[in-house]
Unconditional design. Structure first.
Length: 259
């Protein structure tokens, strides 16, 4: 049975070529242009979007750079196979949320986080500076003072996870920030921890991450980060895209708005 999709729309882009790239990108990800399919010609696309050829060409260049399209002489512009897409790109991740996410996508996000973030937390426990600890505490304080369903709470949550990645001292771990942001945005819109028990659980385990890193306890930091990611998955199981009870999500959050 096909999993139900939950759409988490982003704000529209701020330039013509970026908006055209977003629109075509969402269509590709949603399967309206299949892998190996050729896009309509320039004349049709410029008429469809009401833009000039230079704007369209800039949009296509953007999608080629992100791995979604390739241009071939005497063939045209062709959709690349999904394995070629740059899934760490902020726009590509945002467009997936626009196109509609299912349980598989949420699980994939969780799996890559589990592969990286617990190790980042362990490294942070041995490498963190006083400035890193201060940033972790600021993020934790923001989560505590903001309502659980507010953008401020989501800001604090994201800032804390990015601070852990920064404190790890590993530039590759920091580059996973786009994945973390996409996962937290999806989780925030699907199932913000508004119930008292949920909120206390989220705050407790995030605080354990901070405390373990501050005390240099790599094992405890690893365990706390792992629990935070698993708890996020458990929290929205009842409203996940594969459930008949999945909500129609209409909240709008701009990519990067929570960073």
């Amino acid at each position: 049975m096909t999993s139900r999709l939950v759409v988490i729309p982003t704000r529209r882009a701020h330039s013509n070529h970026a908006e055209v790239a977003r629109s075509i990108g969402v269509d590709i990800i949603a399967g309206r242009y299949a892998e190996g399919a050729r896009l309509p010609g320039d004349a049709e696309l410029t008429a469809m979007f009401g833009v000039s050829r230079p704007v369209l060409r800039e949009s296509v260049k953007t999608l080629v750079a992100k791995g979604l399209l390739t241009t071939k002489a005497r063939v045209g512009t062709v959709v690349r196979e999904r394995g070629a897409w740059n899934m760490f790109d902020a726009d590509v991740l945002a467009w997936h949320l626009d196109a509609g996410i299912d349980r598989r996508f949420l699980n994939d996000l969780a799996e890559i986080r589990l592969a990286v973030e617990p190790r980042a937390a362990a490294l942070a426990a041995s490498r963190r500076s006083e400035a890193d600890i201060a940033e972790l505490n600021r993020s934790m304080e923001r989560m505590r003072r903001e309502a659980s369903d507010s953008v401020g709470f989501a800001d604090g949550d994201l800032a804390l996870h990015l601070a852990v990645a920064n404190a790890s001292g590993n530039l590759f771990m920091r580059s996973i920030g786009n994945v973390i942001e996409a996962a937290l945005r999806a989780s925030f819109l699907l199932s913000a921890p508004v119930e008292t028990q949920d909120r206390e659980t989220v705050l407790l385990w995030h605080q354990r991450i901070v405390d373990a890193i501050a005390s240099g306890d790599a094992e405890a930091a690893t365990a706390a980060m792992t629990e935070v990611i698993h708890n996020g998955l458990r929290r929205h199981e009842d409203v996940s895209p594969s459930s008949d009870a999945a909500p129609a999500v209409s909240a709008v959050v701009e990519p990067g708005e929570q960073s």
